[in-house]
Design a protein around this ligand. Sequence first.
Ligand code: SAH
Length: 230
Amino acid sequence: MRSLIIILMLVSGTVFCQNRDGYEYVRNSMVDDQIAARGISDQATLKAMRKVPRHLFVPPSYIKEAYSDRPLPIGYSQTISQPFVVAYMTELVKPAKGKKALEIGTGSGYQAAILAEIVDTVYTIEIVPELAKEAATRLKILGYKNIIAKYGDGYKGWPEHGPFDIIIVTAAADHIPQPLKDQLANGGRLIMPVGNPATVQELILLTKRNGKISEQRLETVWFVPLKRLR
Ligand code: SAH
């Protein structure tokens, strides 16, 4: 009996250690100070932001800044979004179990991982081949079996897997691509930065009900431009 208790203690100790990555404190502070304090209240979003190891989504030279209040470079002139912006966009699309999401602009894979903590399946598309490959490898190592990532031009969406309850576009353009509007499910929500891709944009939230789309204009934001494959 005594040895059984010791074995159980050792096993639970190992599991406990494996779940800890040394960044829990700074990650929880990020959520408390930058996200909850600024009005994000969706419990699923907050829980996901407390769990996903953001420091593993940035280049090694930026690990120390991974939980700071700003976007960071991820190479190829692209960025991982500021934590608050990720949380804000996630809350607005109302993620929940049973839903299917599409993300355009995988980048580091961080936004995809946050969504994958909540919804059933995340499809994500990245146009820079090196980033697409890096993110797919990272997400696989981290064990995200419900993220399906591919290289390509997300302008056209991913019709084979639509319609989607959630569409998040993390790159800016002067309009919302029609194929994405078409692939939005009834009751679905799409969020995208729309405006001048070279300067600032407005976050636009589309909601589809009975086939009709309504539009809400939200915060001013700055995102990298949505590119096109020729
Ligand atoms: N969501 C990312 C950050 C995205 S930055 C994260 O969590 O890290 C925007 C990304 O969109 C960049 O990686 C850029 O290469 C990609 N992108 C730009 N145009 C695209 C397009 N047409 N299709 C797919 N990805 C695109």
